[in-house]
Design a protein around this ligand. Structure first.
Ligand SMILES: NC(=O)c1ccc[n+]([C@@H]2O[C@H](COP(=O)([O-])OP(=O)(O)OC[C@H]3O[C@@H](n4cnc5c(N)ncnc54)[C@H](OP(=O)(O)O)[C@@H]3O)[C@@H](O)[C@H]2O)c1
Length: 231
């Protein structure tokens, strides 16, 4: 089989960076993307220095021009794509309530956590369709589970519930031509998760890497620890 190719967003640190490392370690070509050129190059150079096939492309997921440029560059450079990991995310409304959270924070959160993955999935679909195993992995959160009630982080939770809805729509529309799933990494020790989180980045990346690499994976499901969880 050809070398598999993945794009990971928000991969200069945290869970995204660990997903790049684990896929590259398995011999994949990984496009490490980040919105900050210097941080992204530093992260990709560190992995390239270990002999991995990691290539940096700058991408702010809220910037349509960046998304178009990435699609054009990948089309010219690699022709196809096997896996898109929509990992980039922001949490801007800690300790806020839905009744008084600032609408600017809601909009900014939706731009990164929902519209970014939506636009990127549309833009990279033609490349994913050329793969015999195309997959989109939306990095969501248990906080986006409608079945678990609400409370706290309203903008973030709503953005992840919307991302989960996107997973269902895409999976339905693509009829398995590209398999699409949401994944909750658990509570992970990153800048977002904080030092008190219960999981390492290695553990947080595990289900994402499983969805990227397993020979058979579900379609249109919400996954944690390689098992389906309720929406
Ligand atoms: N940590 C947890 O406990 C946890 C739990 C459930 C779900 N998640 C989800 O897991 C994913 C990764 O989170 P993490 O814990 O690794 O967080 P993190 O350490 O805060 O990393 C977030 C990454 O997203 C990038 N990013 C933010 N806005 C972006 C944009 N507009 N364009 C491109 N990149 C952007 C950041 O780049 P900069 O360095 O430039 O800011 C950073 O690389 C997120 O979707 C998050 O919601 C995390």
């Amino acid at each position: 089989m050809d070398k598999r190719i993945a794009v990971v967003t928000g991969a200069n640190r945290g869970i995204g960076n660990e997903v790049v490392r684990q896929l590259a370690e398995k011999g994949w070509t990984v496009i490490l993307t980040a919105r900050d050129e210097a941080k992204g190059r530093k992260a990709s150079d560190a992995l390239k220095g270990r002999g991995f096939d990691v290539r940096f492309h700058r991408l702010d997921v809220t910037d349509l021009q960046d998304i178009r440029r990435l699609a054009d560059d990948l089309s010219a450079e690699l022709w196809r794509l096997d896996v898109l990991v929509n990992n980039a995310g922001v949490l801007m409304d800690e300790d806020k309530r839905s009744i008084d959270v600032k609408m600017e924070a809601v909009r900014a959160t939706m731009e990164t956590n929902f519209f970014g993955p939506f636009r990127l999935s549309q833009a990279l679909f033609p490349l994913l369709e050329r793969s015999d195993e195309g997959r989109i992995i939306n990095v969501s959160s248990g906080l986006g589970q409608l079945s678990d009630g609400g409370g706290g982080y309203p903008a973030y939770s709503i953005s992840k519930a919307a991302l989960n809805a996107l997973t269902v729509q895409l999976a339905e529309d693509l009829h398995g031509r590209v398999r699409v799933n949401s994944v909750c990494p658990g509570w992970v020790r990153t800048e977002m998760g904080g030092r008190g989180a219960t999981r390492s980045v290695e553990k947080g990346a595990e289900s994402i890497v499983w969805l990227a690499t397993a020979p058979t994976v579900p379609n249109g499901k919400f996954i944690r620890d390689q098992k389906e969880i309720p929406w």
